[in-house]
Each structure stands twice: as C-alpha cells, then as structure tokens.
Design a protein around this ligand. Structure first.
Ligand code: GUN
Length: 282
C-alpha cells in the first residue's frame, strides 16, 4: 500500500483564506484583529519564525507588530511590555517567542500574558481549560493536527491513538485533544520500554520527539494515519521529520510530509486563535 499524503500546506492555505474573510468582516466593523509578537535576543531560527508569523498576519488582514528586544532585556522590562500590550484594546493576541534568554523565566512571562490574549495557548489558564473541557485557546500545533485528522476523515471515536512525546506544547495537549475526541490514548516517551509494541497497535500515531526518522514502517499498522510533528536535519543536512517517510509511506494509510505537513498548519492555527481572540473581544 502507498499512503495518501496529508497536505498541510494546502489545508493551511484554505484556512488562511477563511481567516482573511473573518478578518475583513471584523475590520469592516472597525475591529481589525491585532497580534503583538515579541522576540528577545537574536536567535536565528526564532527570527525566521517570527518573521513568518508577521508575514502570515499581513497576508490575512491581521495587524501585527514585532518587538525585537535585546538579549540583555531584563525580565521586569519584558513583563512591563506585556502588561502594556494586555491593556491595549487594539491587540487581541500576544506571542512571546520561545526560547527566552536564560535569565528570564518563561513561566513567569507566559503567566503575565492575559489569558484572553494567549493565542499560543501556553498559559496555565489555557492548559487548565483544555484539561477540564472549557473554552480557552488551544496550542497551535496539536490544534492543527486535529484539523488535519478531521480533513483526512479519521474516525477518532474508539480509535487507538499513540502520541510519542510529552511536552507541554505538543504531546500533553495532543493527548488531551484526542481523548476529548473519544480516542483511546497512549502517551509514549523516551523511557517507554517497547515503543514499537505500542505504535504497531495504533490507528493514529502522532510523533513529536525530535529525533530524525526514528519511526519506521515496521513500527506502523497497515492503513494507520501517521502525523509527523518533527523538524530535524538528516545526515545530509536535509530537513526531515521524526518519521522515516519512505518506509512508513509503504505501510500507512495517510502520512504527513516534512516539510509541508504540520508546520504550515501550526502557523495557520495562530491566525485562527488570533481571529477568535478578536471575535471574543467583541
Ligand atoms: N518557539 C517554537 N515554537 C513556538 C511557538 O509555537 N510559540 C512560541 N511562542 N515560541 C515558539
């Protein structure tokens, strides 16, 4: 069997078009959505990420600002900037790019963002809302993965889902979202004794470990949906996921490519959360 490709780039494009329509409708009422992005320091990868986020906003009719603060910025100065953005009615979403310089505590920073503007979904109030089934903001990557599963027509109710990775940003919220959709969820991680025994039983595998090509076709049940959240470099320096695409595509029913899978969806869901924040601010 050769897997169907779950084209995240194409799905993200249609989501961006929807968000542009919703942004235009808000702007017509004098309520143009606004996202404030803060980057502290000059990490090269983070610079690219924030530039892309700002560009996505521009193309969708979301007003965006980018604060580039020097690496030596004090935590107190950063918190003061966040408090000013919390109080600014033109700003509906606030995103502080991670990682932060080591002298700044990321938890304190994230908890200072108003939960109503937490479009990353990283605030404890957002995590708590997800845990208890209340309305909050979902972290963009697991939210995007759920949209991709929906798009593939995945039957989640009663399905065996295996999430590999237990981060606060991807693994844990992903498991909760799959659980909410009535899947039977297993969370695997670096200390899992026999990973393949778990993945071979799974109808849905979400790999978010950060190790190049560690999931191979022999670990996958025929016809399974395989979602690759990984973003690594292979031995030739080429971008690759956590899933060995070639062997897995021989077995799986659906597979996401890297690049062009989860990545564009993560970016698109930030726009969704920002539009939602603006609509809720009513
Ligand atoms: N660093 C890497 N990914 C992300 C993200 O999704 N949000 C923020 N704020 N920082 C990141």
């Amino acid at each position: 069997m050769t897997a169907n490709i779950l084209d995240g780039a194409a799905l993200a494009k249609s989501i961006r078009a929807d968000m542009a329509r919703r942004a235009a409708a808000l702007a017509a009422q004098g309520r143009q959505p606004g996202l404030a992005v803060i980057l502290v320091g000059d990490d090269a990868a983070s610079s690219v990420y924030v530039r892309n986020k700002v560009k996505d906003c521009e193309e969708s009719g979301i007003r965006s600002t980018l604060d580039r603060l020097p690496a030596a910025t004090t935590q107190e100065a950063l918190l003061a900037r966040i408090r000013a953005l919390n109080a600014d009615p033109a700003v509906h979403g606030i995103l502080v790019q991670l990682p932060l310089p080591v002298h700044i505590d990321p938890h304190t920073v994230i908890e200072t963002i108003s939960p109503e503007k937490d479009v990353d979904g990283f605030h404890v109030a957002s995590a708590g809302a997800l845990m208890t089934g209340q309305r909050g903001f979902l972290p963009c990557t697991p939210y995007g993965v759920m949209k991709m599963l929906e798009h593939a027509g995945a039957q989640l109710r009663g399905a065996e889902a295996v999430v590999i990775g237990r981060s606060n940003i991807v693994g844990k919220p992903q498991a909760l979202l799959l659980l909410q959709a009535d899947a039977t969820v297993t969370i695997c991680h670096s200390r899992t004794r026999d990973l393949a025994a778990h993945t071979r039983r799974a109808d849905i595998v979400v790999a978010a470990v950060g190790r190049a090509k560690m999931i191979t076709g022999d670990m996958i049940k025929p016809g399974a949906i395989v979602i690759d959240v990984g973003m690594n470099r292979d031995e030739h320096g080429k971008l690759c996921g956590d899933v060995d695409f070639d062997s897995t595509a021989q077995v799986a029913g659906w597979i996401t490519p890297v690049p062009g899978g989860v990545g564009p969806m993560t970016r698109a869901m930030l726009l969704v959360n920002t539009i939602e924040a603006a609509e809720r601010a009513g």
